[in-house]
Design a protein around this ligand. Structure first.
Ligand SMILES: Nc1ncnc2c1ncn2[C@@H]1O[C@H](COP(=O)(O)OP(=O)(O)O)[C@@H](O)[C@H]1O
Ligand SMILES: CC(=O)N[C@@H](CCC(=O)OP(=O)(O)O)C(=O)O
Length: 261
């Protein structure tokens, strides 16, 4: 059997909460396996853009990224967030290396074509260089990947972090048994939005369709789950959605929502 690899995605609500984030990072550092961290940071980008009097516009969970907004997300994701995560992991004896999709050419995308909506400098992933990522893992490094990609024309493009994690998980499945874990600020996918303990233990496409049509699953959870099912359809072994505090428990299958086909 191929070796296990954990690809863990951490969302912007946790990154924006210093206590929750440092608890997560200390647990992530303890995870004794090959691992990759993919991070978001949408909430901080929105705050810093507002400080600079740049308005945020989201359509179906995706940020409209004009040139001023591209500059903000480049500084926030590629700099502020990525380098702080790396520094904290280094302090926990985890040999992290921070990368955008452009570094080492690890994730290439194409600027999203304009149809009804012009998303601006947003990338749709075309290729993940699993050989290059594997070379980093083989040298004992832990990649920490920011939600930015590059195009063959040399553009830097804003790319959703859930999709970065899913595409990386699919590409790495060529050589590993990949466990993809989406960590956020709730205990899992909930069957009652007002009850933080109402965690759905297993979600398959049928139950997903039911909860989605009743409106129980909505907003950012819909693209996250679409990415989760997509990963399972393309060779990823396991997908879990759980609280950032439960990252170690989830690695042992004891927390969150298990996504199945
Ligand atoms: N049934 C549900 N269970 C849990 N969260 C849900 C559900 N439906 C919608 N959500 C929302 O989905 C959000 C997670 O998606 P998103 O905002 O994209 O998070 P992140 O930035 O962490 O990736 C939660 O903060 C929550 O508000
Ligand atoms: C194109 C697009 O929407 N990109 C996202 C990338 C950050 C992200 O996905 O952050 P979270 O995981 O914290 O939501 C954005 O700028 O919000």
């Amino acid at each position: 059997m191929a070796q296990a690899l954990y690809i863990i995605k951490i969302g912007g609500n946790v990154i924006d909460n210093p206590a929750a984030c440092s608890r997560f990072l200390s647990d992530f550092a303890k995870l004794d396996a090959r691992k990759i961290l993919v991070h978001g940071g949408g909430k901080i980008a929105t705050q810093i853009a507002a400080d600079l009097h740049i308005e945020t516009q989201m359509v179906e969970g995706r940020r409209i990224t004009d040139k001023p907004m591209l500059d903000v997300v480049t500084m926030v994701y590629g700099g502020l967030v990525n380098k702080n995560l790396v520094a904290q992991l280094q302090a926990s004896n985890c040999n992290a290396i921070g990368l955008t999709g452009a570094d080492g050419g690890i994730i290439r995308s194409v600027k999203r074509p304009v149809k009804n909506i012009d998303y601006g400098f947003v990338g749709d992933i075309e290729a993940v260089n699993n050989t290059q990522i594997d070379a980093l893992l083989n040298s004992g490094l832990v990649p920490v990947i920011a939600p930015l990609t590059y195009s063959s024309e040399g553009l830097l493009l804003n790319t959703n972090a859930d999709t970065m994690a899913s595409a990386t998980a699919v590409a790495m499945s060529a050589g590993y048994e990949v466990n993809l874990v989406y960590c956020f600020e709730k205990k899992g996918v909930l069957s009652d939005p007002d009850d933080d303990d109402a965690v759905i233990s297993t979600l398959n496409p049928q139950t997903y369709a039911k909860y989605k049509s009743s409106g129980v699953i909505n907003k950012g959870m819909i693209p996250k789950l679409d990415n989760a099912f997509d990963a399972l359809h393309h060779g990823v072994r396991n997908v879990i959605i759980c609280h950032a505090h439960d990252v170690l428990a989830s690695a042992n299958g004891n927390a969150g929502t298990l996504i199945t086909l």
